[in-house]
Design a protein around this ligand. Structure first.
Ligand code: PMP
Length: 459
């Protein structure tokens, strides 16, 4: 082994030991992590990440659904640098504002349909969803309907990790680890492959949507404040709902006096081929949660876009809204977002997803449906998923307990591809800037990982 390679490996081992000894990671089995040290990611370029041993890996997940423009964006870096040199921090409390926050608020409003005219900034998607609960509660209080308290969400949703956001989320194993908010209720999810049984996707989509109607009727419209949903459940497994689902949900909500929160933390800023995912499905949110891709993941920033229905009530009322974060509207994060939105618009990336790279990914991804262990492929724009099975007809899994995904994920990494596993679903959300050639490579590596997985299970 050449000495510089040996030195690199030693450095990696050292970092891994320190990491295992002192660093508790998000959504990680601590006992397992101690036994299996993590990969240290040291650099990134274009749509590739590189680990501390020098392995270059195609990033099929855009970081954590956030680096939509890839990792090489010097204009964002420069915008942050300049902002740090001019005004590295000042808060937006106590009758103050800073220029990037003001400009970003106006810019977001400009990009969003006309009935959205106000923004509240946070540092993350979780905080933005906490903020949503505060906004919704204040709205109904101001309208003298304080009994409207219940917030509906969906099984297997992901809305973040604060107490409020994790209560909104629909992961049972997470709920068992803390006291969830008592006023959050969960309804069915539109996951046809897992739960559709003998129903057609269209019938199943209607049934899942009507669980919303049934729950509202059962709990009482007068008691329900809001319904929150992602356009496509991301972390739950890229669950693309049947075409019948959103029109029916839209009908149910439009007949009732309930606020709709579209959580656009993953789909905001182009991933579905529209600026926001709800625009791909024709729904009409009152509040929009955003985060992640707004800064291309280069700075932490999230927030809520408020429709006039809510904003007009809140801004017409006197009395302080007792909510906010030290870094709400952080100047460097807002500068990163402004530069990100410049690039998104200048390179017409939303249109590119709709007309070119999105359809290309979907076409190539669906070729994987012919693989012996793929039970379904699905996707929209620049997200996609496939289901690992032993038997395509019965949808029987490769092994019990949703463990095959982790096996396949490891084969993906060994093949030079980051693909995520959610139980037995393999999911991707590649950068919107991927070239056709890079997507070809993604498909080739995914195919190789599927072959290795099949071989592992004796198929
Ligand atoms: N909502 C959705 C739909 C998400 O996917 C996520 C994060 N993956 C969040 C909220 C939480 O965002 P954050 O991790 O920035 O708090």
């Amino acid at each position: 082994m050449p000495s510089n390679t040996a030195a690199r490996h030693n450095r990696t081992r050292q970092l891994q030991q320190r990491d295992a000894a002192h660093h508790l990671h998000p959504f990680t089995d601590f006992q397992d992590y101690a036994a299996h040290p993590g990969r240290i990611i040291s650099r990134a370029e274009g749509v590739y990440i590189e680990d501390s041993d020098g392995n270059r890996i195609l990033d099929g997940m855009s970081g954590l659904w956030c680096c939509n423009l890839g990792y090489s964006q010097p204009r964002i870096v420069e915008a942050v640098r300049q902002q740090l040199a001019t005004l590295p921090f000042y808060n937006n409390f106590f009758q103050c504002a800073n220029e990037p926050a003001v400009n970003l608020a106006a810019r977001l409003v400009d990009m969003t349909p006309a009935n959205f005219n106000r923004v509240f900034f946070t540092n993350s998607g979780s905080e933005a969803n906490d903020t949503n609960l505060r906004l919704v509660r204040r709205y109904w209080d101001l309208l003298e309907q304080p009994q409207k308290r219940i917030v509906l969400s969906r099984a297997n949703a992901y809305h973040g990790s604060t107490i409020a956001a994790a209560s909104l989320g629909g992961f049972d194993f997470v709920h068992r680890q803390f006291e969830t908010l008592p006023y959050v209720h969960h309804i069915a999810q539109p996951y046809w492959f897992k739960e559709g049984g003998e129903l057609s996707p269209a019938d199943f989509g209607l049934r899942a949507a009507r669980d919303l109607e049934r729950t509202i009727d059962e709990l009482g419209e007068d008691n329900i404040a809001a319904f929150i949903a992602e356009p496509i459940q991301g972390a739950g497994g890229v669950i693309v709902p049947p075409e019948s689902y959103w029109p029916e949900v839209h009908r149910i909500l439009s007949e009732r006096d309930i606020l709709f929160i579209s959580d656009e933390v993953i789909f905001g800023f182009g991933r579905s081929g529209e600026l926001f995912g709800w625009q791909s499905y024709g729904t009409a949110p009152d509040l929009i949660t955003f985060a992640k891709a707004v800064t291309n993941g280069f700075q932490p920033l999230g927030g809520v876009l408020l429709g006039d229905r809510v904003a007009d009530v809140l801004t017409a009322a006197g009395g302080e809204f007792g909510h906010g974060f030290t870094y709400s509207g952080h100047p460097a994060a807002c500068a990163a977002a402004l530069a990100t939105l410049d690039i998104l618009e200048r390179e017409q990336l939303v249109d590119r997803v709709a007309d070119d790279i999105g359809p290309y990914l979907q076409r190539r991804w669906r070729e994987l449906a012919g693989h012996p262990i793929v039970g379904e492929t699905r996707g929209r724009g620049m997200v996609a998923a496939l289901e690992l099975v032993r038997d395509k007809q019965t949808r029987q899994r490769l092994e019990d307990g949703g463990k095959a995904g982790a096996v396949c994920r490891q084969f993906c990494l060994d093949s030079g591809l980051v693909m995520r596993a959610v139980g037995d679903a393999m999911i991707i959300a590649p950068p919107l800037v991927c070239s056709h050639g890079e997507l070809d490579l993604l498909i080739e590596r995914a195919g190789r990982a599927l072959d290795l997985t099949a071989h592992h299970y004796g198929i």
